[in-house]
Design a protein around this ligand. Structure first.
Ligand code: HEM
Length: 453
């Protein structure tokens, strides 16, 4: 059904007499879906039409009014401040975290290698990306890859499921029904558990910073530390609760997305031995037969073919398949042969990223995994709005450089050490769009050690 719906979506998008708009109802709310890049550009480029739609309201009860959800002057001042925390020099600090967690992942996966029965690799990747985001965002290690902090890990996972259950079933929007089925009580309990965890970490970190005020600590700085420092300079922009919101926003936005991106890349490369071989050749050129060395900045820059594979994965299976906005002002969508369409202020818009990136006008093999789509000549001759896995314009993903670096480091560890065979194929098995795009039946793979022990 999902496959059929998507095929229909794309046929509609490409029809010459279509402007790529589609109206549907989400319960009682009318929504217009935008399926063409050039139409979405009108919204992406706007500095006025930035508010998010009401579909984020349940998420807001968990992550608060942080960067992902806030709007107006609050969003503008926070965005300006937080942009500095994603500066290249800061990201460079995080290489070590990506590398050490990637190494732990390989050590854990080694126990499953050379077996003749497949296993689902996604939970392993998810724990790795969760450990990475905890260490980089909060400066604390939760060691979920080693089986610790089960409660927190399970709560974050379950909260994402509950938010999605709420969004997709308008009946749950009626409070008594949400609580009657027990979801409301579970959601409230888990929100308290996770946000209390974040608050405790913030308090501890504040104390630590105070202690080391006079003597610099050799501990790596986390996003949280940069936020605490910014708070000292601009207390009017960032309160303690504001910091909590931003940290929880990073926790939500910064691990499920990358785990989905990494898992799908493994899945695709495990389906195409010829592309996987090219990635492994690249790894061998960079690392030789050293399977233990941590990748440095120079190594990461040389992972050019791997980056093409990552980008192609994000095109076919974008972790964030749709984004929503509520229009602040009217938008006029022109049409080649018919009168323009007016989208009035207040309208809910869904930008259909997953469909936009399968447009045959810009990708010669729109439904195939073809990393050559990202060869420099092809990229340079393509419209920017045709490829938008991180959204675009002033409200694009602030973590996109972080995400690409993390994916490169973790995937390089995997393909240096293992050859992967995927047990299912795209598009026969089709990922399902939830809050974050997920494999429909897990990602069953076989791993073979490349290294002789
Ligand atoms: C492959 C990984 C990722 C993908 C595909 C992705 C995609 C996106 C997309 C499409 C948006 C726009 C959402 C919307 O308008 O509703 C977004 C926003 C955002 N992302 Fe990411 N993201 C990724 C990783 C990350 C990471 C690692 C972080 C943080 C460490 C992050 C932090 C954010 C934040 C804070 C926003 C809100 C920005 C704003 O509204 O100003 N993302 N992301």
């Amino acid at each position: 059904m999902i496959k059929q719906a998507q095929k229909w979506f794309v046929e509609y998008t490409l029809a010459p007499d279509s402007n790529g708009l589609l109206k549907f109802w989400m319960g009682p709310v009318p929504v217009v879906s935008i399926c063409r890049g050039e139409v979405a550009k009108t919204i992406f480029d706007s500095s006025t039409n930035i508010p998010k739609s009401s579909q984020y309201r349940k998420l807001k009860e968990w992550i608060g009014d942080g960067l992902l959800i806030s709007t107006g002057p609050k969003w503008r001042s926070r965005r300006k401040m937080l942009t500095q925390t994603f500066h290249f020099a800061v990201l460079k600090e995080y290489h070590k975290v990506f590398a050490s967690q990637g190494k732990i992942l390989v050590d854990v996966l080694r126990l499953r290698a050379n077996n003749t029965y497949p296993f689902d690799i996604m939970p392993y990747i998810k724990r790795c990306t969760l450990d990475i985001i905890c260490e980089t965002a909060m400066g604390c290690s939760i060691s979920s890859q080693m089986g610790s902090n089960d409660k927190y890990v399970e709560s974050v996972k379950r909260l994402s499921e509950l938010v999605w259950n709420y969004e997709k079933a308008p009946l749950y929007w009626l409070k008594p029904i949400w609580y009657l089925f027990g979801n409301g009580f579970e959601f409230d309990r888990l929100v308290k558990l996770t946000t209390d965890f974040t608050r405790d970490v913030i308090d501890e970190r504040k104390e630590e910073l105070k202690l080391h005020e006079s003597e610099p600590s050799d501990k790596k700085l986390a996003f949280l530390d940069y936020l605490l420092k910014s708070q000292t300079d601009h207390p009017e922009i960032l309160t303690d609760e504001g910091i909590r919101e931003e940290v929880d926003t990073f926790m939500f936005e910064g691990h499920d997305t990358t785990s989905s991106g990494i898992t799908f890349a493994i899945w695709f490369l495990g389906q195409y031995p010829e592309y996987q071989q090219q990635v492994q050749d690249e790894m061998d050129e960079i690392f030789g037969d050293d399977y233990e060395r941590y990748p440095n900045s120079e190594d990461i820059q040389r992972m050019i073919y791997l980056e093409q594979c990552i980008k192609e994965t994000l095109r076919l299976t974008p972790p964030v398949p749709f984004i929503s906005r509520q229009l602040e002002e009217d938008v006029l969508i022109p049409h080649a042969t018919k009168p323009p369409v007016l989208l009035p202020a207040g309208m809910n818009i869904m930008i259909n990223i997953i469909t936009i990136m399968k447009d045959a006008r810009y990708f010669e093999k729109p439904y195939e995994f073809f990393p050559e789509h990202f060869e420099p000549e092809r990229v340079n001759s393509r419209e920017a709005f045709a490829y938008v896995p991180f959204s675009a314009g002033p409200r694009n993903c602030i973590g996109q450089k972080f995400a690409l670096l993390e994916e490169k480091v973790v995937l390089s560890w995997i393909f240096r050490n293992f050859t992967v065979t995927s047990m299912s194929k795209y598009p026969e098995e089709h990922p399902i769009p939830e809050l974050i795009l997920k494999p429909q039946f897990g990602t069953q793979v076989l791993l073979k050690n490349r290294r002789k022990f």
